[in-house]
Write a protein that binds this ligand. Structure first.
Ligand SMILES: Cc1cc2nc3c(=O)[nH]c(=O)nc-3n(C[C@H](O)[C@H](O)[C@H](O)COP(=O)(O)OP(=O)(O)OC[C@H]3O[C@@H](n4cnc5c(N)ncnc54)[C@H](O)[C@@H]3O)c2cc1C
Length: 320
């Protein structure tokens, strides 16, 4: 059996890996230069930032079992909790959420994707533009084709295969992630991240990467990822980087006071499809007998372990 998987995010890689383990001939097509999709890590100067998914809370999931099989030292348990920005102050966050163990990756979260892709035939920088109704991609024929792009993009590809299946609305919010590297030590705080649960500020999430896991910044430096909220990200998606960085830096000062000052390095990562706001299900998206499969977080929820589970589930159905 030959299967093509479009997209080397966590859902596509999970699916491809499970198929390959069962002896299937699998090819993964990925449009970008790197593995992982929204499990993304960027190095800027001496700093390492997770620009998409920031931590994993796999609990008792398939992903949790896979992570437990990785060599010791790859995955780090994050010891600090998440606090909340409420009524103009930083206060302890949701205690029930803070009870769930959270994990990060020492060299960046994209390491998880690299590990999943080990031994797979992944063709990077290969965007699939169209799928023919004869199950063809770029002149090659497959028994099954799996689409793991964010659902709105996957639906465009379905159209090229003349597949007219109807899905309930699946929508995603955009997110601007701002990367800030400071040549000053980490702040003396009891948390690694702050969330604005009511989204009243342009900043919805701050992760102090150098307090999250080890090795993110040189000694005496501090690496921070600021995620802008949905409205700001939508309104400023095409604004120049300087404008976005200015808002993030001044927002940091509002949150923390003066000690952060001006960052030594900055960068912006734009996510048009960051996390789904409305999802459907794997069953709804994949009619019985299909050879053209939809997987990914639009069918489960905007969490890495949920996206992964859609890939594993689809692989199981293809195999059966
Ligand atoms: C800012 C941000 C913060 C987040 N925080 C968390 C968090 O803390 N914890 C958590 O669990 N989750 C978090 N998430 C969500 C999590 O990252 C996603 O749910 C998960 O990574 C989705 O995986 P996926 O495989 O479904 O999709 P993706 O990772 O988007 O993978 C799809 C892949 O398909 C490729 N592709 C698309 N079209 C084509 C084409 N035509 N041809 C070839 N390749 C194509 C893309 O390049 C991409 O690599 C966050 C996401 C963002 C953006």
């Amino acid at each position: 059996m030959r299967v093509a998987v479009i997209g080397a995010g966590i859902a596509g890689l999970g699916c491809a890996r499970k198929l390959k383990e069962a002896g299937v001939d699998v090819t993964v097509f990925e449009k970008s230069r790197g593995l992982g999709g929204r499990l993304a890590t960027r190095r800027v100067g001496p700093y390492t930032f997770d620009t998409g998914a920031t931590t994993l809370t796999p609990r008792e999931s398939e992903l949790g079992r896979y992570m437990a099989s990785l060599p010791i030292g790859t995955v780090e348990l994050i010891s600090r909790p998440v606090y909340a920005f409420e009524f103009g102050r930083i206060v302890p966050g949701d205690s029930s959420k803070n009870k769930d163990p959270r994990y990060g990756f020492r060299g960046g979260i994209s390491r998880l994707a690299k590990s999943l892709a080990d031994g797979l035939d992944v063709r990077l920088e290969t965007r699939v533009e169209a799928i023919s109704g004869q199950r063809e991609i770029a002149g090659e024929t497959y028994d099954h084709i799996v689409l793991s792009a964010p659902t709105p993009q996957a639906l465009e590809l379905l159209g090229t295969a003349s597949d007219a299946r109807r899905l309930p609305q699946v929508s995603y919010r955009p997110c601007l992630s701002v990367l800030l590297g400071y040549a000053t030590p980490d702040p003396d705080v009891p948390f690694y991240a702050v969330i604005d649960p009511h989204q009243r500020n342009p900043i919805v999430w701050v992760s102090i990467e150098s307090l999250k896991v080890s090795g993110r910044a040189p000694e005496g430096h501090c690496a921070v990822v600021v995620q802008m909220n949905r409205d700001f990200s939508r309104d400023h998606y095409t604004s120049p980087d300087d404008r976005i960085i200015e808002e993030a830096v001044s927002g940091m000062e509002r949150l923390f006071g003066e000690p952060f000052g001006q960052p030594a390095v900055t960068d912006v990562k734009r996510w048009r499809y960051s996390q789904p706001e409305q999802v459907t299900t794997l069953d709804t998206a994949n009619p019985p007998g299909t050879w053209l499969w939809l997987i990914g977080d639009g069918l489960a929820g905007g969490r890495a372990e949920l996206a992964y589970s859609t890939g594993i589930e689809a692989a199981g159905r293809i195999l059966s």
